[in-house]
Design a protein around this ligand. Structure first.
Ligand code: SF4
Length: 198
């Protein structure tokens, strides 16, 4: 289990997602992390377990971390929104007003964890962190945003479940990310360079 901290939000009702959640899925990991990963929203398994990136997407996320030589207890992991968005019984994309309502909690994590690098996972996460809508052109590149640490956008792991052919693109981006981490002294283990998402 990962270290949970005072960054826990315990009873927020700022948006309609408070009505569909089983529980709030707070950020988790290491409070002194140099790297923060931000996903989109909790899904069914996360909503039940209270921890981000479970199930198939979680396995891909863990493979990404292994490639980078990182473990969950060395990073900080959170989402653009902390409660599960539902359409009927299915997950849906969080709406702009829900992302806006949850953004103060995201910024609180950035302020208190003070990471050197934020890795956004998917278009929604990228837009929620940066306010930009150019994910398609900036994915796999370093992005500077005034007032924030450097941002490095990647695909969301869930995207790779059905788009297996995009795994090689993700590996290319992860290699660029690894190079950036090495050049900027961001600590990590040797990783598994020959085993990207295998
Ligand atoms: S999604 Fe965020 S803002 Fe909305 S109720 Fe949950 S914690 Fe609060």
């Amino acid at each position: 289990m990962y270290e949970l901290t005072a960054l826990k939000v315990t009873d927020c009702r700022r948006c309609r997602l408070s009505r569909s959640r089983t529980q709030i899925v707070n950020g988790s990991g290491h409070v002194g992390a140099a790297v923060m990963f931000t996903g989109e929203a909790p899904g069914k398994a996360e909503d039940l377990m209270g921890v981000g990136f479970q199930g198939q997407a979680g396995k891909i996320f863990d493979a990404m971390l292994a490639y980078l030589g990182l473990r969950r207890d060395q990073i900080w992991l959170n989402n653009a929104v902390r409660c599960r968005p539902l359409q009927g019984q299915k997950n849906r994309t969080p709406r702009p007003d829900e992302i806006q309502a949850c953004r103060p909690w995201l910024l609180q994590d950035v302020d208190q964890i003070a990471p050197r690098l934020i890795i956004t996972l998917g278009r929604i996460s990228y837009a929620s962190v940066t306010g930009h809508d150019d994910f398609a052109t900036m994915r796999g590149k370093l992005v500077s945003v005034p007032g924030l640490p450097s941002v490095f956008p990647l695909f969301h792991p869930a995207y790779l479940i059905y788009r297996r052919e995009m795994r090689s693109v993700m590996c290319h981006d992860l290699t660029a990310l690894l190079r950036y981490m090495d050049e900027h002294g961001i600590e990590h283990s040797p990783g598994q360079p020959g085993l990207c998402l295998s």
